[in-house]
Design a protein around this ligand. Structure first.
Ligand SMILES: [Zn+2]
Length: 204
């Protein structure tokens, strides 16, 4: 199978792409205002489609019966809108669970090449969407980016509109962090966050 490199990540000029206004005014999206969490963030708000919230929830619940509960992950496709230089609004439209990871344990997750092929194929089916985020769980060890996570993020998610989502699947309400970049390109991490977000309560 051939894997073409993604074309340069310019904003897609696709007629299927939703406009920011369509997203902001659409009740199917839940807004997470990152400016209330971080004092410095390139992403102002994340608009998560309800179906994406449920897909991630299902993916986490599916693994809760495993003993011990492993780390799991996936990728999120969506849209980004540059509203000012290096200032973005993003939407999360479609969760792509990594069903064929190379390795996972309660403290480690290796996506492996098959996960990337699955992601690539899903992206081909949705040319109107961009790779916006990656998602993974930390069962019982709090949501943050570890040294290994930072290396993944800096290698594959180095655009200012991209983010990391980490969820602790052993907390009651699935405490979650959304990690964005600061204007100087460094990362917000748990020390910069004033609060976690409970995934199970996002819809409330
Ligand atoms: Zn991690």
């Amino acid at each position: 199978m051939k894997i073409k490199k993604n074309s340069k990540n310019n904003k897609p000029q696709n007629t299927h792409q939703k406009s920011l206004q369509q997203i902001e005014n659409n009740k199917a999206y839940i807004e997470i205002d990152l400016t209330k969490i971080y004092s410095d963030t390139c992403i102002l708000s994340i608009y998560i489609h309800r179906s994406c919230i449920f897909s991630i929830l299902d993916w986490v619940l599916e693994h809760k019966s495993m003993e011990p509960v492993p780390e799991i992950g996936g990728f999120v496709l969506g849209n980004f809108f540059e509203v000012n230089k290096n200032v973005y609004q993003v939407s999360l439209e479609r969760f792509v669970p990594s069903k064929n990871v190379a390795y996972h344990s309660p403290v480690k997750l290796e996506f492996g090449s098959q996960s990337l092929i699955d992601l690539y194929e899903e992206k081909q089916r949705h040319p109107d969407l961009e790779l916006i985020a990656w998602f993974h769980t930390h069962p019982g060890h709090t949501p943050y980016l570890s040294e290994q996570d930072l290396s993944i993020h800096n290698n594959f998610f180095n655009k200012k509109y991209q983010l990391a989502i980490v969820l602790d699947s052993l907390t009651e309400y699935y405490e979650t962090v959304f990690i964005s970049r600061k204007k100087d390109h460094s990362l917000n991490n748990y020390l910069d966050s004033t609060k976690w977000i409970a995934w199970k309560k996002i819809l409330e």
